[in-house]
Design a protein around this ligand. Structure first.
Ligand code: AVI
Length: 314
C-alpha cells in the first residue's frame, strides 16, 4: 500500500506536467474533510442527489421493474455513510421487497460505521458488507442467481477521465448478468458561477482537502512540503464541463521525499494536477457507456435540475 503510494507519487511528481492521483485524498483526515465538504452551502451535489432519493425512490422501483417475490441484491459501490441509500432501503422495506443490501467499500472503517447505523435505524434489512476491490467482489458475486441492482452514487464516476469511465463501465458490465440494473449518479453541466464555488468554498474546506495530499506525503512518505508555499487552484469552464483541481507552487522550490529517495523541483506558478470532476450531459453519458452493454432506461433529476441519476439495464 505504502509502496504503491510512493511509486505513484514519484511518477506524478517526475512527470513533465506534474499530477497526483485523487484517490490518495481519502485517508482519515481526507475522509473527515470530505464529510465536511458534503455539508457545505456551496457543495450542491450531495443535497441535489439526496433530493432525488427523497422524492423519487418509487420511480426507481418502477424503472427497475423488479418482481416483488424474487429475491434481489442491492449492491452499492463506495457506500460511504449510506445516507441517500437509506431512503431507498426504507421505501423497499415499506413496499415489502425481498432483498439483501451489499455495500462495497475499500474502507473497512466506513463499512463498520454503516453497518452499525443500519442496525440502529433499519434493523430489518439484511446487510452483507464487502470490503475490498469493487471488481473482485462483483466477479465473486456473478454466479449468484439473484438479479442485481448496482448503485454508484455521488458523481464518483466524474473523478475519472471519460476514457477511464468507459473502461470502468465496460468492466462493470462484464460482472453483471442480462437484466441486471445500474443506477449511476452524475453531476450535470452547468454554469461556472455554480460549479466553481463548489470546489472553492468560502470556508477553505476544499482547499484543506486538496492540500491534505501534500500533508499526507509529508506524514507517510517523509516529504518536506511547506503547505504555505502551495495554493489550492481549481478551474472550470462550462464549455468543457470539467472542474479541475490543482495545487500551484507559490515559489521556485525543491521538495525532498525520503521514501522515494528523490528531490522534485518546482518553478513559481507550476501546477500539480490533483483531481478531475467531470460534469455530464446525456450525450457524454452515452459516450462513456459505449461498449459496456448498458442501455439507458430512465433519468431522474432533482427539482433544480443540477444532478441526475441515470438508470441502465444490462
Ligand atoms: C467524490 N467526488 C465526487 C467529489 C467531487 O465532487 O468530485 C470529490 C471532491 N473533490 C472536491 N470536492 C469534492
Amino acid at each position: 500500500m505504502l509502496e504503491q503510494f510512493s511509486i505513484d507519487v514519484d511518477q506524478g511528481l517526475s512527470s513533465e506536467h506534474k499530477y497526483l492521483p485523487s484517490k490518495y485524498f481519502y485517508d482519515k483526515v481526507g475522509d473527515a474533510l470530505f464529510v465536511k465538504i458534503m455539508a457545505l452551502p456551496e457543495y450542491y451535489l450531495t443535497r441535489a442527489e439526496m433530493d432525488i432519493f427523497e422524492q423519487q425512490t418509487l420511480s426507481m422501483l418502477n424503472a427497475w421493474a423488479l418482481d416483488k417475490h424474487q429475491h434481489f441484491e442491492l449492491i452499492e459501490l463506495g457506500a460511504g455513510d449510506g445516507s441517500k441509500t437509506k431512503k431507498l432501503l426504507t421505501t423497499l422495506k415499506r413496499k415489502q421487497y425481498n432483498f439483501d443490501y451489499l455495500p462495497i467499500d475499500i474502507s473497512a472503517n466506513a463499512l463498520d460505521q454503516l453497518e452499525a447505523s443500519l442496525a440502529r435505524e433499519l434493523p430489518d434489512i439484511k446487510v452483507h458488507k464487502q470490503q475490498g476491490d469493487y471488481f473482485k467482489i462483483l466477479a465473486s458475486l456473478k454466479s449468484s442467481h439473484h438479479p442485481k441492482v448496482v448503485l454508484f452514487l455521488g458523481s464518483s464516476i466524474g473523478n475519472m477521465s471519460d476514457e477511464e469511465a468507459n473502461g470502468f463501465l465496460i468492466q462493470l458490465g462484464k460482472t453483471l448478468n442480462p437484466q441486471d440494473k445500474l443506477l449511476l449518479g452524475a453531476d450535470l453541466i452547468k454554469p461556472e458561477s455554480l460549479v466553481l464555488p463548489a470546489y472553492n468554498d468560502s470556508q477553505g474546506v476544499t482547499r484543506d482537502f486538496n492540500l491534505n495530499l501534500l500533508a499526507r506525503i509529508n506524514r507517510e512518505l517523509g516529504g518536506d512540503f511547506d503547505l504555505n508555499q502551495f495554493k489550492h487552484d481549481p478551474s472550470y469552464t462550462q464549455q468543457e464541463g470539467i472542474a479541475k483541481s490543482y495545487l500551484t507552487s507559490l515559489a521556485d522550490q525543491r521538495i525532498t521525499v525520503k521514501h522515494t529517495g528523490k528531490q522534485y523541483w518546482f518553478k513559481a506558478g507550476e501546477k500539480i494536477y490533483t483531481e478531475i470532476s467531470r460534469k455530464y450531459s446525456d450525450e457524454i453519458i452515452q459516450n462513456i457507456i459505449e461498449g459496456s452493454g448498458f442501455q439507458m432506461i430512465d433519468k431522474l433529476t432533482d427539482q433544480n435540475n443540477l444532478f441526475a441519476d441515470y438508470i441502465f439495464n444490462k
